[in-house]
Design a binder for this molecule. Sequence first.
Ligand SMILES: Cc1cc2nc3c(=O)[nH]c(=O)nc-3n(C[C@H](O)[C@H](O)[C@H](O)COP(=O)(O)OP(=O)(O)OC[C@H]3O[C@@H](n4cnc5c(N)ncnc54)[C@H](O)[C@@H]3O)c2cc1C
Length: 371
Amino acid sequence: MTHDLIVIGSGILGLATAFLAHKQGQSVHVIEAEAAPVHSSIMNFGHACFTGQADLIQPVADRARRGWLQAAQDTGLWAAQSGTWIPAVTELEMQVLREFAAHRGEADVTLVGPGEIRDALANPDLEAVGGAHLPRDMRVNPREAAPRLVAWLASQGVTFTWNTRVTAVSDGRVDTVRGEYSARRVIACPGDQLRGLFPRIAEGNGVRVCTLAMALLTRPGRIPVETALLTGTSLARYDGFAAMPSVPQLRDELASREPELVAMVANLMATGIPNGLLVGDSHAYSLSPEPFIDEALAEVLIERASYYFGLGEPVVRQRWLGHYADSAERNLVLVHPDDSTTVAVVTSGIGMTLSFGIAELALSGQVVEGF
Ligand SMILES: Cc1cc2nc3c(=O)[nH]c(=O)nc-3n(C[C@H](O)[C@H](O)[C@H](O)COP(=O)(O)OP(=O)(O)OC[C@H]3O[C@@H](n4cnc5c(N)ncnc54)[C@H](O)[C@@H]3O)c2cc1C
């Protein structure tokens, strides 16, 4: 059977694309090399950090937010509109939050005092000078979202071909290790395996693999499951915060206050899921990363994250080395190698956040400057 659309990849970007195309009434066929979604889209924090993205891509973030809400409504996947908490543990962190609040306005950024941030993190001993809440941000469970989408799409008649690697794509023809398929349009969402399918596009956009040390801790009952924590390193990292005037000074402060975190290019953050507290992460870049997690580095992340929640003796239940597609040149590769083919890869750690927004761009062919 020939479909309107073949989607390559059952990560969150492929599934968001399949979801929106199905809602538009298209017949959709998803082809996936693995037997289930097991790559970046289940390895992450499930943090939909709309507010921290650059001003220019806020319209895409808004579409992504609507997409997540629609998907939650249709499929029953868990999506909490609980926002993000950012404690300021120094005056300079608070200054960046004040600048961001003044820039974005109260609907996006609510400044809070030390008491409120301590309550939010259920840690009365946290030495915070204040903080902020970003109410538009959302939480999903990365271990649940993709499987839920797969199950719902399959129940709605979307075709899934698992265990089948695509080897070539052109003009609506898709060659796989099991034979050939065709469709009116093909949207390839291969994540950090872009190089295996479109090596020239990967090389032309400087696409490499980012690896991240992650851990799942036992989450004490006092910490709500929908918790999302960003910290000073996040303010220095996400494009929206990083555009604030005091961020260069904050980077200097972090370099002397938290040299280990800065050396590992950390974005110290944490989110709750039903079976624990996800904490991380470091960043290292390579075309072919080694699989090893440096224990000393992982311990620093766990110790620092535990500080924010007052976890005296954190219990580590799982560790993993996450990976996603990255490029030093851009946050998104969205190209059309021929009239029937679109390639979409998020090349920064924001693919969960923007998935449904980027899927909409891939389907519409619209170009957005600023990624
Ligand atoms: C530790 C960690 C923390 C993160 N935290 C966040 C966060 O808090 N918020 C956020 O927004 N983002 C976060 N990210 C980034 C986010 O997870 C990714 O950007 C996103 O999951 C990418 O989705 P994807 O669908 O493009 O890729 P993937 O999930 O990797 O899916 C790609 C799929 O394509 C398949 N595939 C590849 N090549 C072929 C082929 N030739 N034939 C068939 N199938 C193929 C693969 O098997 C895979 O299933 C994090 C990532 C990690 C690793």
